[in-house]
Design a protein around this ligand. Structure first.
Ligand code: NAD
Length: 389
């Protein structure tokens, strides 16, 4: 009888896992059920684009119906409430599913580090809906400035200058001049702050590329506050450890991610930031019927560093889990997760990027931007979504 494989989440890891398993297994081997909150797949690595209005939400979403087409993958649009690993069931908002094999690919949540007021008074950018909220809010700030004339309405703070923060600041730097023209607001009234706790933006990234990114953004008016953690947020104010206070109506938090609550609540073994520990075949520790993949898990590289929660790692985890589920069904030897790393590219707005692709190939500027665009196209093609929207 076909094994029931329930995949939770249709992000990079979950969708890839479903598509790959469908390629390997016949309907006699596996019944594949894919659960997702929305009926679309989100390119969350591109969220900064609709958040600041350079692109529309539709530009970074893909209809799951279009991608799944007539494939024998059952799609369930619902919210995952809890996982009962002993009973081998998953409680959804509207129903309960049982499984033989479970794949948890629920992504990550925002890490607030317990900073007072941060969760309550900041925007976060983890979904297309949240990106749309940011976009509408920014537009309102400009619209209302004509009436209220408060400087804090035109002051935009991004907390955390990792890749997400830097990509967002780049979009802001390119978008805000358009809004100053549209709403006839003096350019010098608009302020963009990027606040970073570490001694450098994009900690750990290639120093030459970091310098290029910083200069490119400063030339477009971004003010960096580096080595100064955000320590408190209250309505209209962001407090830094240096004692500085930035008055702003817009605080966007991109200061880090953590594992998802459903994994912690289910009692899987996790590290301090809530990401599940998995074995070399991506199975939850001590559970040979549960795979936890994507941002929700924690895997160390052979050098002992955790793999970053990126799209390229997630898709490879999805592929590895699919192979290993199929091998389990067929009583074959499992494969170790050994990802191929293709480097990292961060955009700096609409025209430039920095890419660390190999020790000898570190393009920056327009060339790097085209590379980022090409990698998005390659990804869409790999899930069969290039011309399907
Ligand atoms: P991150 O954890 O990489 O960066 C968060 C940043 O916030 C860090 O630099 C940290 O020092 C800073 N920070 C933490 N606490 C702070 C505080 N109190 N005040 C000020 N700054 C503070 O998070 P991210 O940028 O969301 O990225 C998450 C993962 O996704 C990373 O692995 C990243 O590489 C990846 N990512 C990749 C891309 C890309 O490849 N283009 C884009 C976005 C994210």
């Amino acid at each position: 009888m076909a094994k029931k494989v329930v995949i939770l989440g249709a992000g990079y890891a979950g969708l890839y896992c479903a598509l790959e398993l469908n390629k390997l297994a016949t309907s006699q081997d596996a019944e594949i059920i894919l659960v997702n909150k929305h009926d679309y797949h989100q390119l969350i690595t591109q969220l900064h684009e609709p958040a600041v209005g350079a692109k529309n939400p539709e530009d970074i979403t893909v209809s799951l119906n279009a991608v799944l087409g007539a494939k024998p993958i059952k799609f369930v649009k619902d919210i995952v409430v809890s996982i009962n690993k002993e009973a081998k069931t998953v409680e959804l908002g509207n129903t309960t599913l049982s499984y033989d094999y479970l794949v948890v690919a629920l992504g990550s949540e925002t890490e607030f580090f317990g900073i007072p007021g941060l969760k309550e008074y900041s925007f976060t950018m983890k979904s297309v809906n949240q990106a749309t909220r940011i976009r509408e809010h920014i537009e309102k700030c400009f619209e209302n400035y004509a009436k209220e004339k408060r400087d804090s309405m035109l002051t935009f703070v991004v907390g955390g200058a990792g890749f997400s923060g830097v990509e967002l600041v780049g979009e802001l730097a390119d978008k805000l001049p358009e809004l100053t023209a549209k709403y006839n607001v003096p350019k010098d009234k608009v302020k963009i702050y990027s606040v970073e706790a570490a001694p450098s933006i994009m900690p750990g990234f290639d120093p030459e590329l970091v310098e290029f990114a910083k200069k490119s953004l400063e030339d477009r008016g971004v003010k960096f506050s580096i080595g100064t953690p955000v320590v408190q947020v209250e309505p209209g104010k962001v407090h830094l450890k240096s004692g500085d206070v930035i008055e702003t109506d817009t605080m966007i938090w991109t200061g880090g991610v953590r594992g998802v609550q459903q994994v912690i609540d289910a009692g899987f073994e996790t590290e301090p930031r809530g990401r599940a520990k998995v074995d070399e075949h991506m199975r939850a520790l001590g559970h040979h019927d549960v795979w936890i993949i994507g941002d929700a898990c924690f895997v160390l590289s052979p050098e002992g560093r955790p793999y970053p929660p990126t799209g390229q790692i997630s898709t490879q985890m999805g592929e590895n889990a699919a192979v290993n589920i199929y091998s389990t069904i067929k009583h074959m030897k499992l494969e170790k997760f050994e990802p191929h790393l293709y480097g990292a590219v961060a955009s700096l707005g609409r025209k430039e990027a920095v890419a660390n692709l190999s020790p000898k190939f570190k393009p920056k500027g327009w060339v790097a931007y085209r590379i980022k665009d090409a990698s998005k196209m390659r990804y869409l093609s790999s899930i069969g979504a290039l011309f399907k929207k």
